[in-house]
Design a protein around this ligand. Structure first.
Ligand code: TRP
Length: 453
């Protein structure tokens, strides 16, 4: 039997608290900012189809596995992997998985915070009426001018990192639970209102067609990889974030049902964002492949022209910032938890160190939109490189290892006991997905991208 060291780890107050926090981690810039622009860049429907397939066959089983590993280990990802490796009598090297997760989290947060900074700046722009009656050209100019200024980007990036640190210092289940409780439902309501607005536009069906009608001739190896990487990114999988949240989960809660609920909510928000944005793109003769600025160049047009748009604009960007905050917390928590539990840092010191490092890294992304926009490595700017490295490589590799660990290394009796599914059949379904389907799918996508398959 495993020897459970006395742990200082706390627990969520209820199942709802966990669902809210994990949904808070999943729903963020990935759904509202990234999903529409990568869908636009990768041709629409067929890309969305692959993404949905990946969520279903790879994302959900891996989410169940990550929560399970976290709850069984009851520690930060690095120590959880150490402990579970010992329990399974497996090779020590498995704990590097925890390490890769900590590093991936900080790398993602470095650019995530810069984009969340844009959203914060747009709260002020919405408030001061910058979008009022503005046309698409004027709104694009506002955006281009903004990202051309390193000083302004650094300012907002710093504000966002500070806010993240201030929340993380207080611990994951102090305050965070309450914030998410109100945020999630409000975000849904606002998205529904925007969808209602989009439905009245002439180009609504053109937008819907672009988003949902799959034209498989537009699918390339790299867009398949991007779709798979995004399934990991949007569900916060592959780096231990959900593992950390799972580690605070009380023992008597059904992991599988909870994971389905979280993945469902996350997918819904992304699809709603797409339904809102593409009609605006087409009715204003904009291009779906405008890149990371897409939502900042489209949504303000809607806010500038609709009744009540001033207030809607402010509310929307405020909620986007809060949604980003509840995600960014989960990106840095693995590093902080490890420094505190393993290196004896105080929580404050751990936050200051990991936060400063991330802030510094973020400058690379800031400059890649202006002064270093021509600095390219492998044909990519620093921002694009970081995004590719983390979302398309590190997260799927991390997820692959988690699947192999949960499916092949961990003893069956342990996973069965931990998951405690309603029926034996449910367990077997998951076991097949996690042992065969998910790892093989990731593997074949990689082979496909390097041209072997
Ligand atoms: N899922 C979040 C989003 O969609 C981003 C995120 C938070 C994340 N934690 C993560 C991505 C952990 C990968 C891993 O915005």
């Amino acid at each position: 039997m495993m020897n459970i060291k006395k742990s200082t780890h706390s627990e969520w107050s209820s199942r709802l608290a966990f669902i809210l926090a994990a949904t808070g981690s999943a729903v963020g810039l990935g759904n509202i900012w990234k999903f529409p622009y990568i869908t636009g860049e990768n041709g629409g429907g067929a890309f969305v189809f692959v993404y949905l397939l990946c969520v279903l066959l790879i994302g959900i089983p891996i989410m169940i596995a990550e929560v399970m590993l976290g709850r069984r280990g009851h520690r930060n990802p690095i120590e959880t992997m150490e402990l579970l490796t010992e329990e399974a009598g497996a090779d020590k090297n498995w704990h590097y998985l925890g390490w890769m997760g900590v590093i991936a989290g900080l790398l993602i947060l470095s650019y995530y915070s810069v984009i969340a900074g844009w959203a914060s700046a747009y709260v002020v722009k919405a408030f001061t009426g910058s979008f009022f009656d503005a046309n698409a050209v004027a709104i694009k100019t506002v955006f281009d001018d903004f990202v051309a200024s390193p000083v302004r980007l650094i300012f907002w990036h710093s504000i966002f990192m500070l806010a993240t640190m201030m929340i993380v210092v207080r611990g994951v289940n102090n305050g965070l639970e309450k914030a998410v409780q109100y945020l999630m439902p409000s975000l849904f309501v606002l998205m529904f209102l925007l969808v209602a607005y989009a439905m009245k536009m002439d180009s609504y069906y053109q937008g819907l067609h672009f988003l949902l009608f799959p034209d498989f001739s537009k699918l390339t190896g790299s867009s398949i990889l991007t779709a798979m990487g995004h399934a990991f990114f949007t569900l916060s999988l592959g780096m231990g974030a959900i593992m950390v949240y799972g580690s605070y989960l009380p023992k008597n809660i059904s992991i599988a049902k909870t994971a389905l609920l979280i993945a469902g909510a996350d997918t819904l928000v992304a699809l709603m964002a797409g339904i809102v944005i593409f009609p605006i793109v087409f009715s204003n003769n904009l291009h779906p492949d405008s890149g990371p600025g897409l939502i900042f160049q489209t949504l303000p047009i809607a806010f500038g022209s609709m009744t009540g748009g001033w207030l809607m604009g402010i509310l929307f960007f405020v909620m986007l910032v809060i949604a980003a905050l509840t995600s960014s917390i989960s990106l840095i928590e693995p590093a902080v938890a490890w420094l505190v539990e393993n290196r004896g840092f105080s929580r404050v010191k751990a936050c200051v160190w990991s936060g400063s490092l991330t802030w510094l890294l973020g400058l690379g992304t800031v400059f890649s939109f202006n002064v270093w926009s021509n600095v390219k490595l492998f044909d990519r700017t620093i921002f694009q490189l970081l995004d590719y490295l983390t979302a398309n490589l590190m997260l799927p590799i991390g997820g692959f290892c988690i699947a192999v660990f949960a499916g092949w290394i961990m003893k069956r009796q342990h996973s069965e006991q931990e998951l405690n599914m309603a029926t034996e059949l449910d367990y077997i379904r998951w076991k097949v997905l996690i042992s065969y389907v998910a790892p093989c799918a990731v593997f074949f996508v990689f082979l496909h991208v390097i041209g072997i398959f």
